[in-house]
Design a protein around this ligand. Structure first.
Ligand code: ACO
Length: 433
């Protein structure tokens, strides 16, 4: 919303000035509306990594990184993680309000009845090597869904968007669990309509056709909470990727495949995998100082994985809930001695007392403890990011819908500071040295 404040830009050489309106959100910093900046000044703004750029208006998620606050549709993440199941949070993301009992039941039913994959999707899996990374499989299969659901690809039709949203949220656990089953060479396990979202995922991961499999309710609850903690996080790299892909009018399945690709990187969703690998590499508590020293060394590219965040300059509120969930899971599984957890806790203690980390405001992020929980549950390291992707699909699809409905929406097209060769004479092959 525009307020009466303006910001003046001044060209110090010519003395020319331009005024730009300031817009205020409901909470959070104001933004300067520079949409006319290029037309007025013949200059672009320069902001690699978009550290000072608001790319859209959104009503879904609010983060106060300095205070360590995360709200979805106004509700603190702590309250949602404590009192809701994942389906309720998904409904909230998509619709703006928490569902009442009847709405919750209907939504759960809608999601449940879309969990099966088209039978022909089987053959996509057999095209992958058995050792394919699950994120490669997820990227490929999620994108391929656009070839199966032509009945819901009109992005201007709200009903089509709703069905595609249900399909994506519902099918992602099946896609992820099947990627795991395929890597093992085990038969795919079909979803069951009597199970909840998180429970169904664990069932498809760990059941086999040979015997009955009961999902441990404590682990299902923990998984449900982990999914809630990862459901959305404002305009991060993968969400911005989904929005940018969607801004051209691409179909939602293709956009989510783009989001999965972006999430895969170790600086983003791949960090939970990287944390566990790092803890294993550290190996014993006495080696922690050596790794902390490396993380602080400007000439060493090593970073403490699971530490630091673009937005949080305080403890990531999700990390606190994750640490608690970690203790619950280890207790339930009767794991008393977990060397990786011991190293993680000691590393956290040392880093939080270290001047370098204090000064740079580097705190544990959501990924710091999630890997330990997943490992205790028997989920292999390569599936960690896949799990993140299935949870984040809800946020991606909510953000994608919001973008399509936004009357201000335009195709995303950033500009650049060009530092390459200016126009020059072409040199024929024979004359080139
Ligand atoms: N270990 C050591 N030093 C670090 C770390 C770290 N984990 N993170 C940042 N720093 C340092 C940087 O070297 C930099 O120092 P400098 O100012 O002296 O150059 C300073 O802190 C600021 O770091 P930037 O990289 O500029 O901060 P940015 O906001 O771009 O990066 C990021 C955030 C990518 C998350 C970074 O902290 C990082 O690489 N962390 C490790 C990977 C990780 O855990 N990612 C998960 C993010 S959460 C998520 O995606 C769910």
């Amino acid at each position: 919303m525009a307020n009466t404040k303006t910001v003046t830009f001044k060209d110090n050489q010519t003395g020319k000035t331009w005024d730009y309106p300031v817009m205020s959100g409901s909470v959070g910093p104001d933004v300067v509306d520079i949409r006319k900046f290029y037309a007025d000044t013949d200059m672009f703004t320069y902001d690699p990594g978009f550290t000072s750029t608001g790319s859209c208006e959104s009503k879904i998620t609010f983060i106060d990184g300095d205070k360590g606050v995360l709200l979805h549709r106004g509700y603190p993440i702590e309250d949602l993680a404590e009192n809701c199941n994942f389906e309720e949070v998904a409904y909230l993301m998509l619709n703006g309000e928490l569902p009442n009992a009847a709405e919750k039941e209907k939504f759960e039913r809608d999601i449940t009845y879309h969990t099966m994959l088209h039978e022909q999707v089987h053959s996509f899996y057999s095209g992958f090597r058995r050792d394919a990374h699950p994120m490669a499989v997820m990227c490929g299969v999620a994108g391929a869904l656009s070839a199966f659901y032509h009945d819901s690809l009109d992005i201007t039709n709200p009903e089509h968007r709703k069905i595609s949203s249900f399909r994506l949220i519902a099918k992602m656990p099946t896609i992820a669990a099947w990627a795991y089953k395929y890597s093992l060479g085990q038969p795919f396990i079909y979803p069951r309509n009597d199970l909840g979202y998180a429970e169904n995922f664990l069932y498809m991961m760990f059941a086999t056709p040979c015997e009955d499999y009961e999902v441990n309710p404590i682990l299902a609850k923990a998984m449900d909470r982990i999914l809630i903690l990862h459901a959305d996080h404002e305009q991060n790299a993968s969400t911005s990727t989904v929005r940018l892909a969607g801004s051209s009018g691409a179909n939602p399945f293709a956009c989510i495949a783009a989001g999965i690709a972006s999430l895969w990187g170790p600086a983003h969703g791949g960090a939970n995998e990287a944390v566990l690998n790092m803890l294993k590499e550290i190996g014993t508590k006495d080696r922690i100082p050596e790794f902390v020293k490396r993380a602080k060394d400007k000439n060493d590219s090593f970073r403490l994985m699971g530490f630091g965040h673009r937005v949080y300059k305080n403890y990531d509120p999700r990390a606190r809930i994750m640490a608690r969930t970690c203790s619950e899971v280890l207790k339930e599984l009767n794991i008393k001695d977990n060397p990786l957890l011991d190293i993680a806790m000691e590393l956290e203690r040392i880093a939080l007392e270290d001047e370098y980390f204090i000064e740079k405001k580097l705190y544990p992020n959501v990924d710091f403890y999630s890997g330990i929980i997943f490992q205790a549950m028997g989920i292999p390291v390569t599936m960690f990011t896949a799990l993140f992707a299935l949870a984040r699909t809800t946020g991606w699809i909510a953000q994608w819908n919001e973008m399509i409905e936004d009357p201000q929406q335009k195709i995303g097209r950033p500009r650049q500071l060009y530092t390459g060769q200016p126009k020059r004479e072409f040199v024929g092959l024979k004359k080139r040295k």
